[in-house]
Write a new protein. Structure first.
Length: 291
């Protein structure tokens, strides 16, 4: 088994180079898609377009986790995501991740064809760890302080990078203890999840320190409010800023960039990687090493 190849339910995700994860929100209140992709056929159409633009994985989410978002029941989440996952799984040979924290949704999504779990709560909900272990698919563990409903109200850290690193290190150990091997894990510092602009900037500036865990790093920066704060731009005018942040993340070693604007992000990621891996930088090709 080649290092950097993740097996996602009969399809593989090649993380020997950085890849783009295309965002597919199936929530009525999606923060920038406005619920436009409700309905499995429209969702499939959007997934097909993202794959044609170079997305290596499609992230399907039925619970909004943007700041201020409220909770959704497991039944509602399953009703939103399962038809979409079934449609993509039947039509496209692309890995599908399920963006959820609920064990019932993880189970229904993997049974419908999802091949990865993307959990912003890092398997901390009751039953999530055991379910993810039993399902046997790769898992992305993300850091969040608080809950989406209130996470931006009182974000405090003494040393944000160290605290996020310690949290992820502990969650990786908990996964290993529960029978999820390291080779099945990705880590994510959780940009915008209980972090001020200063925290987000420092986490991105120091992102290469997360490579010390020896696991692929995922970065979700697309259209986020840190760009609103930097640029003073509304959510539909953050493309150039999103591309700049994606480029910086890949330069620092991120292997998955979660993005709305797939074509532009794929071009930026490929270009950045060409420079990053040119003569003298080939040690950067091996996962988890800082050049
Ligand atoms: C993310 C992520 C995610 N982000 C992973 N999954 C969201 N692994 C959903 C804002 O500040 O970064 N990594 N799933 C979307 N959540 C947010 C959070 C959207 C903050 C917007 C903001 O604007």
């Amino acid at each position: 088994m080649r290092p950097g190849l993740l097996h996602c339910n009969a399809v593989t995700l090649d993380l020997s180079r950085p890849q783009v994860m295309g965002i597919l929100n199936v929530t009525p209140d999606s923060f920038s898609d406005g619920g436009v992709f409700l309905g499995a056929s429209r969702a499939l159409e959007h997934a097909r377009r993202m794959v044609s633009e170079g997305a290596a994985i499609i992230d399907v989410g039925g619970e909004s986790t943007r700041p201020g978002a409220g909770p959704v029941s497991a039944g509602e989440e399953i009703e939103r995501v399962v038809p979409v996952i079934e449609a993509i799984h039947a039509a496209l040979d692309v890995p599908i991740s399920i963006d959820t924290s609920k064990p019932e949704v993880m189970e229904a999504a993997v049974n419908a064809g999802a091949g990865m779990i993307n959990d912003v709560r890092a398997l901390r909900l009751e039953g999530a760890m055991e379910t993810a272990s039993r399902l046997g698919v790769p898992v992305c563990l993300m850091h969040m302080q608080g809950e989406p409903a209130n996470m931006q109200q009182n974000a405090t850290y003494e040393r944000v990078v160290e605290e996020v690193l310690d949290f992820l290190t502990a969650r990786v150990a908990a996964c290993e203890a529960a029978g999820i091997p390291r080779g099945r894990l990705l880590i994510d510092p959780g940009f915008g999840f209980g972090k001020t602009l200063a925290h987000n900037l420092l986490l991105l500036h120091e992102l290469d320190r997360f490579l010390a865990l020896g696991l692929p790093v995922l970065a979700g920066l697309s259209r986020k409010s840190m760009l609103g704060a930097i640029l003073g731009a509304p959510v539909d005018e953050r493309l150039s800023g999103s591309i700049a942040l994606a480029t910086l993340a890949v330069w620092q070693g991120a292997r998955v960039v979660r993005a709305h604007d797939v074509k532009a992000t794929v071009d930026a990621v490929r270009t950045c990687w060409a420079v990053r891996t040119t003569a003298g930088n080939d040690d950067f090709l091996s996962l988890g090493r800082v050049s």
